[in-house]
Ligand binder design. Structure first.
Ligand SMILES: [Mg+2]
Length: 389
């Protein structure tokens, strides 16, 4: 049986809240983000988009494009408050909710004996009534298509993609619309003369594997309307991290090590709080040309102490031949486990399961998406809060 999946996404979330809370900003270009010298745009209103401003753009560039715009810093607490109201509405419909971000989620409504378009309208009305804001809703039979549908006629959109519309409706879309094809891959495809999904459909699965590696299979299926990814209601913490855009681009490793030390402390605290141990340490740098590079190291043992994490980070940074100036440094840990590896071997598998379940339960108790999805991005400061449309 085909599933019924709904994807919901608030429209220009942060900027819309600011316009709602400050009616004098309505109809004006509002830009929310890091206001310090090197901050970036988190969200901007649709009026601001007309000037070419978009999320993740450096703030100074946005100011150049729209000098008379209303520039505001991020009021995270307020946005989380509104987010909680929205997730309450979603959880009232079903417990099959997968939070994706502060303002975005998937719902599996297969088991609800109601037309999904009616459910979608209920969500839209309720969100409007409760928060005064608009939400875009997409309906389809898998996650990829539902997300595509919610993006179809933003803002305040409502769109359903049914089986008989696929693949025709997808054909004219640019390849960047396919989940799994990032900016870089899209550029590469473009240089090969592949611009639309229609072009992509002409390639064999082998071709796609050559281009994308393993993901090629998923991409091959996705553009044919096949995406079996379930709506994951309980998401375990996958990684914990912290990053910082530097005041000034640097090649000085001492500065990078200084931040690695600082982040190790924060990550260690977070691991303790969440009762996790980690086995993999990843250092991320963004160079002055905005290219992102990461290097990871996975150990045999699990760690939680700041010194242990720093030790690995230090090794990575010291051995890294960094050619360009660095503009952002980040550190994260992943491969998380609720118990130490040494203990693990002594325990029965069921016990391990129980401990894992307990951790999941703690997460659920925190209830709303912003808590459940405690990924690296969660712990970041305003200047790295990006791409919240
Ligand atoms: Mg959004």
């Amino acid at each position: 049986m085909k599933r019924k999946i709904i994807h919901v996404d608030m429209d220009a979330f942060f900027a819309s809240i600011e316009q709602h809370d400050n009616p004098e900003y309505k109809g004006k270009p509002v830009i929310v983000g890091g206001l310090s010298g090197r901050g970036v745009v988190s969200t901007c209103s649709y009026e601001a988009r007309k000037y070419g401003i978009h999320s993740a753009m450096p703030m100074y560039m946005a100011k150049k494009l729209c000098p008379h715009g209303i520039f505001l810093s991020v009021r995270r607490k307020r946005y989380e408050e509104v987010s909680a109201q929205i997730f309450d509405i979603l959880y009232n419909i079903t417990s099959m909710v997968e939070p994706v971000s502060i303002d975005e989620a998937y719902l599996d409504v297969t088991d609800i004996d109601k037309n999904p378009e009616i459910i979608a309208l209920e969500i839209k009305n309720k969100v409007k009534e409760t928060t005064g804001l608009t939400i875009s809703v997409g309906i389809s039979y898998n996650k990829f298509l539902a997300k595509l549908a919610s993006d179809w006629n933003k803002p305040d959109g409502l769109m359903a993609i049914t089986e008989n519309m696929v693949p025709d409706i997808l054909k004219p879309l640019p390849v960047s619309k396919v989940h799994g094809i990032g900016e870089k891959s899209a550029e590469r495809l473009k240089s090969m003369g592949i611009n639309t999904i229609e072009d992509l459909l002409k390639l064999s699965q082998e071709n796609l594997i050559e281009i994308f590696g393993k993901v090629g299979v998923e991409i091959y299926n996705r553009i044919r309307g096949i995406d079996e990814r379930p709506v994951e209601t309980m998401r375990e913490i996958k990684s914990i991290g912290k990053e910082k855009t530097l005041e000034k681009d640097t090649k000085d490793k001492r500065i990078l090590l200084h931040y690695a030390k600082l982040f190790s402390d924060i990550i260690s605290e977070e691991l303790t709080k969440e009762r996790f141990y980690a086995r993999t340490v990843t250092v991320k740098i963004k160079t002055s040309d905005f290219a992102v590079h990461t290097k990871s190291k996975t150990l045999d043992k699990y760690m939680r102490l700041s010194e242990d994490i720093y030790e690995v980070a230090k090794e990575i940074i010291e051995n890294w031949k960094i050619e360009q100036y660095v503009r952002l440094i980040g550190l994260s840990v992943s491969n998380l486990s609720p118990i130490k590896y040494e203990q693990l071997s002594f325990l029965d598998k069921n016990v391990v399961k129980a401990i894992k379940a307990e951790n999941v339960a703690i997460e659920i108790n925190k209830k709303v998406g912003r808590k459940i999805v405690k990924k690296a991005s969660e712990l970041l400061k305003e200047d790295t809060m990006q791409r919240r449309d």
